[in-house]
Design a protein around this ligand. Structure first.
Ligand code: DWN
Length: 390
């Protein structure tokens, strides 16, 4: 199925969100024109210009999934929930990163093979004893997996939306699950992005912004459909979709309920565009007022998302002098595009305000840093609207 994206929201020049830099790399930094597009025929919402996958996913990928305790709990619960679908077959986890979910499968005795093209994070999971194929998904990888056994479940968390060749990927998934298996995936849901003006979910790695309407069109040629779905709160709101063969898996009522909400997608994109522009003005008003008052501020969590906020709004070290993060490979480096220094979380002290670039982990962060608010510190967020949190 041919996807023809019409340009809708122009973010202008953006860097690679996970390409943390050393100063000698500033002059050769890679940028692309980031434009969100829509295809009325397939209902696809995605990036008009994309970055070659090899530039984003390689042997020094910066994001390690296990950096959040909350996500460890989420994956442990998810594995238990999906256990009946795994049955006695083989589970395939696409985008297994450092093995956060592979651990959860192992804990409940499920045989699983991971597929992870970023070699450094794949190596971490191999070190924990997991079977991981460190390649991009392909026809060859499908054969390699099927040689290991019959696949009952293909699972992917925050990976399917990263795959530019989505039609080929679905063909591979369809070959893996056959008529009996199920494909379950969870990615940021487009309607959550609209509702929360969480435009920072839009970046190079996220090529697609999923709706059931789009997925149904894409899987239809294989006799598949979204037969169930559920809204989950992680990463700012995701829709977990269950895809299986129409003859085997009857559609549950939840699917129709969500499909109703997906009407007028083009109009929802227009609303998002207007709200993003308002959000930028309001956020800059807050940050400029903090600066004018001579207050101390830092960023908390050097997320991919924050790279978009900073680059889109023009927030550099003059407004946010440093960002703290627990990931050793990000520390001592500079934030893509705007070159704000990233430092270990131990440096999170002595500030009056902290801008939550990792707003999706707020509960975990606020509990872990309870002393901050007790001592008069205040969090700043831009989701769902820019504000100083009371
Ligand atoms: O889809 C993707 C998601 C799942 O992960 C990828 N495209 C890339 C990545 O996106 P992100 O960088 O926006 O993810 P997170 O999970 O919001 O990143 C959190 C960052 O904050 C990590 O660098 C770790 C850091 N952190 C911290 O410094 N202190 C996190 C917590 C909870 C903390 O207490």
């Amino acid at each position: 199925m041919q996807i023809k994206l019409q340009p809708k929201i122009d973010f202008s020049r953006m860097p690679i969100a996970n390409a943390f830099l050393t100063p000698d790399q500033f002059k050769d930094e890679y940028f692309f024109d980031m434009i969100l597009g829509f295809d009325p025929a397939t209902k696809a919402i995605g990036l008009v210009n994309t970055v070659p996958p090899e530039k984003m996913f390689h042997d020094h990928y910066a994001f390690y999934s296990s950096t959040s305790k909350g996500m460890q709990t989420h994956f442990a619960e998810t594995a238990k929930k999906l256990l009946p679908l795994a049955g006695k077959g083989l589970v395939v986890e696409v985008g297994s990163n450092d093995g956060i979910m592979l651990e959860a499968w192992k804990d409940i005795g499920v045989s699983v093979v991971g597929v992870e093209p970023s070699a450094n994070v794949a190596e971490v999971s191999r070190g924990r004893g997991h079977d991981v194929i460190s390649k991009f998904m392909s026809d060859k990888v499908v054969q390699e997996i099927l040689a290991k056994g019959k696949v009952s479940l293909v699972y992917g968390a925050n990976v399917s939306c990263h795959i530019e060749g989505f039609a080929d990927y679905l063909r591979n998934v369809a070959s893996l699950i056959g008529r009996d298996g199920v494909f379950v995936f969870e990615d940021p849901y487009f309607l959550d992005i609209v509702e929360k003006t969480s435009y920072d979910q839009i970046y190079d790695e996220h090529v697609w912004y999923f709706t059931i309407s789009f997925i149904n069109q894409m899987v239809e040629p294989y006799g598949l459909q979204v037969f169930d779905c559920e809204h989950i709160p992680v990463h700012g709101g995701e829709l977990r979709m269950y895809v299986g063969h129409k003859d085997k898996f009857a559609q549950k009522p939840a699917v129709e309920d969500w499909l109703k909400k997906e009407r007028n997608l083009e109009q929802q994109i227009q609303i998002l565009d207007q709200n993003i522009k308002k959000s930028k003005i309001e956020l800059l008003n807050i940050l400029n007022a903090v600066k004018k008052d001579g207050k101390k501020i830092c960023g908390f969590g050097a997320t991919s998302k924050g790279v978009i906020v900073c680059n889109y709004c023009g927030i550099g070290p003059d407004l946010v002098p440093f960002i703290t993060d627990t990931t050793p490979t990000k520390q001592g480096k500079y934030y893509p595009g705007v070159h704000i220094p990233v430092v270990p979380q131990e440096n999170f002290k002595g500030v009056d305000y902290a801008f939550l670039f990792a707003w999706n982990h707020f509960k975990e962060i606020d509990e872990g840093q309870a002393w901050f608010r007790k001592n008069g510190g205040k969090w700043i967020t831009h989701v769902p609207m820019p504000r100083i949190m009371e």
